[in-house]
Design a protein. Sequence first.
Length: 400
Amino acid sequence: MPETFPSGIRSRISDELASLRKQSQFRDLEILHGVNLSSNDYLGLATRPEFKQAVLDAVSQAESMGSTGSRLLSGNARAWKDLETEFAQFAGTEAALYFGSGYAANVGLLSSILTPGDIVFSDECNHASLIDGMRLSGAEKIIYPHLDLDFLGKALAEHRGAAGAKLIVTESLFSMEGDIAPLDQLLRLARANGAELVIDEAHAIGVYGPQGRGLAAQFGIEREVFAIVHTCGKALASMGAFVCGGATLKQFLINRARTFIFTTAAVPYMAGQIRAALEFAQTADSKRVHLQSIATALRQALRTRGLRSGNGNSHIVPVFFGSNEMALHVAEKLRSNGFAVKPIRPPTVPAGAARVRLSLTSNITLAQVHQLVSAISAAIESTPPSTGTNALHSCLSASS
Ligand code: PMP
């Protein structure tokens, strides 16, 4: 066998790592310390003693510690069947199907419902799991500028006569921008053009809507959209995700979604953890009010200091710096001041849109928000001249 095959791969991956380092895009795994501003535990549930006790109870009540197989074989525990029924009620849809992660849910859903010849309209800021699902499907992709409904409306109208099925895909609360999609208008556009709508509620579940049921529920459209993906790894402090929609969609996914079919079912006691989280989320109005009030205070304080945090008003607050170096510098300074933040760089966000993403949870106090803003100002003032300008270019250019 020619020697170049194995050594070709080795030198290529080394070269790629060197190039990532050069562009300040190299990432390593680290354990964050300090006030946690990188967490998706929006309701502060992960460390609550009552929640831990509920998980211990779920473990002790479970007959089996393993799921023993995929759902289509021996892994279909009663706990999952019952939780899916309960979750559909929570989501306000006819049915729900649990996947092992939000990534698997989005990839399984989109890669199975779309086929080559279909057209999928996708917001440019959609999450990688949505993008990967669309790519795998082989459907034609039309990417519209972030929240640009004029562009989307025109693109839909242009393709009205096309033979294939049409689908609009959006996050409800955007994970990197912290702004909210006008779901009612998206549904109207879909309807007017013979398209369906899929909504990813990963960052909205638990935080928005009546009893934390998400933004589709807040807009009152949960029964009308084709599918809603609710993940459990963020405000629900658990793992996995439910694809919520009609009973026919559920049956279809059980038969066709490869990320559901060809994987071991999650352990049955995880269903108990998710159930406990759901109960907590539904009665967490005071946490939601606090979260919104610290988010508003943070955005106002940033604006007062001339910093840009986008058009949103949610608990996800990006502070745009443009250059990778500047975002890295500010994040590093904040960490040395006791704030656990990470810079967000391409390819997670577009080139030139590097930022520090501040993700608030209900555990954060108003006093900590003010300390944080002072620390950001101090970090910017200490910027070395070589760090590049505060370019403030973002994925939001179309809407800001
Ligand atoms: N959708 C969005 C919008 C996300 O932000 C994420 C995770 N960051 C996912 C889906 C994937 O969910 P999970 O982490 O459960 O795989």
